[in-house]
Design a protein around this ligand. Structure first.
Ligand code: ADP
Length: 285
């Protein structure tokens, strides 16, 4: 694959496949207007005991946009994602340095209310992980934890969350059946509904479609595009085509470092760093 300069155009050169001559990543429509930063890191480091997994990462995640994090396996994508809601706290021997903030909340501060943080910064995992409970109770779970007991209110919030997660039509007649009877794609949308029910501001997604078939993947991608008008979304994906389809900004990581973050179209068509160009044209990774 090669970078083909478009000499007669003022547009950035397109990254094209040398085999087909077609763009590797089709250009997207105009990017969404970027909001203010919601999550910020400055020279952020994370160590798992002797493993230096994040090495001075500086990034801003902008409000109501989708940021994709790409890079080869083991480069620190999930570690960065988990740092945004302190999921790494659960791992013994983790040590951090530098700055990491959610709005004005210092995420390294031991006094940070982690339960409240995880309500505001929700997470969806690679494998759908519904609880072995009914569909209704899966979505109501977080609301009950927050002390909501009124049945009518619970029903309204469950319905709203299932609608937002594009699962209502499929689930409305079987809310009292086990969530484990749903297909993998439905289970993942249920997990998204469970996350939405407690009104997060940010949704972190760690390869949310990598265990799903192409049809289920497409539905999750549609849903992500729909949700970004109301939420800030950070998605780890090993799939560059997916990053190009759904994200406004893309961050490329390598060996614990952030190599480049930019508007997705710019990063895929006119990367500033040679390492990014080599990665997106398939020379390594
Ligand atoms: P990616 O998501 O890009 O595949 P990760 O963030 O999972 O990368 O991993 C980054 C580095 O941290 C890798 O070297 C990985 O082996 C290491 N790592 C991840 N989780 C742990 C852990 N719980 N304990 C020790 N090392 C870990």
């Amino acid at each position: 694959m090669t970078i083909v300069p478009l000499e007669t155009s003022t547009e950035p050169p397109a990254v094209t496949s040398s085999a087909t001559g077609r763009p590797v990543v089709p250009p997207r429509a105009a990017p969404a207007p970027a909001g203010p930063p919601v999550l910020t890191t400055r020279d952020f480091h994370l160590h798992y005991g002797p493993v230096h997994a994040l090495k001075g990462v500086t990034i801003e995640i902008l409000e109501r946009s989708v940021t994709a994090v790409i890079g080869p396996s083991g480069c620190g994508k999930s570690t960065l994602l988990r740092s945004f809601n302190r999921m790494n706290d659960l791992i013994p021997g983790v040590r951090t340095e530098g700055e990491i903030q959610f709005g004005s909340v210092d995420l390294r501060d031991r006094g940070t209310d982690v339960v409240e943080l995880r309500r505001r910064v929700g997470m969806v995992f690679q494998r759908p992980n519904p609880f072995p409970k009914t569909i209704f109770e899966n979505v109501a779970f977080g609301l009950r934890m927050l002390g909501l007991k009124n049945r009518g209110e619970l029903e309204a919030r469950v319905e709203r969350s299932l609608r937002r997660a594009a699962l209502w039509e499929e689930a409305k007649d079987r809310l009292d059946r086990s969530a484990l009877q749903l297909s993998g794609g439905q289970q993942q949308r249920l997990c998204i509904a469970r996350c939405l029910a407690i009104e997060p501001e940010v949704i972190l997604m760690d390869e949310p479609a990598s265990a799903l078939d192409p049809t289920a993947t497409a539905r999750i991608e549609e849903l992500i595009l729909d949700l970004k008008s109301a939420y800030t979304i950070v998605i780890v994906t090993h799939n560059m085509q997916q990053a190009a389809r759904i994200s406004d900004r893309t961050a490329f990581m390598l060996d614990g470092r952030l190599v480049e973050v930019d508007d997705t179209t710019a990063l895929f068509t006119n990367p500033r760093q040679k390492l990014t160009e080599e990665y997106i044209t398939g020379r390594f990774g």
